[in-house]
Design a protein around this ligand. Structure first.
Ligand code: NAP
Length: 248
């Protein structure tokens, strides 16, 4: 049985929707305190209203792409406000499907900002030993099946997620001496609003690609919670695929 206590404080980005919301609610239900970050105050408050222990959810409204370089300082300010961090579930992100002929530099920057630069700089802040509890600190970053399975129309999204996996692997090696764990999760299609960012090939049955069909946010949240917990104390530097065995 996985259990946390309220002195264990986790940052959850993207907590207003989809996977991040499921992670925030489950972490909170299992006893942890959650710093829930997103831009949409109303959706964050409605998430907190659904939670089992609303007093242990701290809402932070922030556009993570506003000033990416200062994110480590932002993490420091969260530590000063709430206490030392036990870890982070980085679940913010956007999708993108564009054929290479239509790719513009601005859309590449937009995708890389929230899907690559921001998780790297947030991680930089969390692994700073002044901000975390030391041994036992765990970081889980939601990547995507697109980091290892390269389909048409996905050059930018695949590029950002593959780069994210590579950087997280390197960071996991750099912080291993401090017994900090860093892992990526790579889900296939999950039933969240982000699916609207993609256009699907009508002729291709994605249900054939994924034997159990489209997943639910909790399918990813359960694995995230396990990796954050001490039960996963020997697991680091990995990218775990969540696709019911279909693609990879
Ligand atoms: N759904 C899928 O099929 C799927 C599959 C594989 C991987 N993923 C990955 O899973 C992660 C979560 O996606 P999801 O499906 O849960 O999508 P979602 O329901 O659309 O949630 C995305 C979250 O990211 C937050 N966010 C976006 N831009 C932000 C910004 N600039 N600053 C702060 N927060 C921001 C949004 O909050 P606000 O709008 O309130 O700011 C929202 O909470 C993404 O990295 C995605 O690439 C999803």
């Amino acid at each position: 049985m996985i259990a946390f206590n309220k002195e264990q404080i986790y940052i959850v980005t993207g907590a207003s929707s989809g996977i991040g919301k499921a992670v925030a609610l489950l972490l909170n239900e299992l006893g942890a305190s959650v710093i829930a970050i997103a831009r949409d105050k109303e959706r964050l408050e409605s998430m907190r209203a659904e939670s089992k222990n609303p007093n242990n959810i701290y809402i932070e409204i922030k556009d993570l792409c506003d000033d990416i370089e200062t994110l480590p300082t932002y993490i420091k300010s969260l530590k000063e406000k709430y206490g030392k961090l036990s870890g982070m579930a980085y679940c913010a992100g956007i999708g993108n499907a564009t054929s290479i002929q239509s790719v513009e530099i601005d859309s590449i920057k937009k995708v890389f900002d929230i899907n690559y630069y921001t998780p790297v700089f947030m991680t930089k802040g969390v692994i700073d030993k002044r901000n975390n509890i030391g041994s036992g600190t765990s970081i889980v970053v939601i990547s995507s099946i697109a980091s290892v399975y390269f389909d048409k129309g996905m050059s930018i999204y695949c590029g950002a997620k593959a780069a994210l996996n590579a950087s997280m692997k390197v960071i996991s090696k750099e912080v291993a001496k401090n017994k900090i764990r860093v892992n990526c999760l790579s889900p296939s299609l999950i039933n969240t609003p982000l699916l609207e960012d993609f256009t699907f090939d009508e002729e291709k049955s994605y249900l054939d690609s994924y034997p159990f069909g489209i997943g639910e946010p909790n399918d990813v949240a359960n694995m995230t919670i396990f990796l954050l917990s001490n039960k996963a104390k020997y697991l680091s530097g990995q990218n775990y695929i969540i696709d019911s065995g279909g693609v990879v």
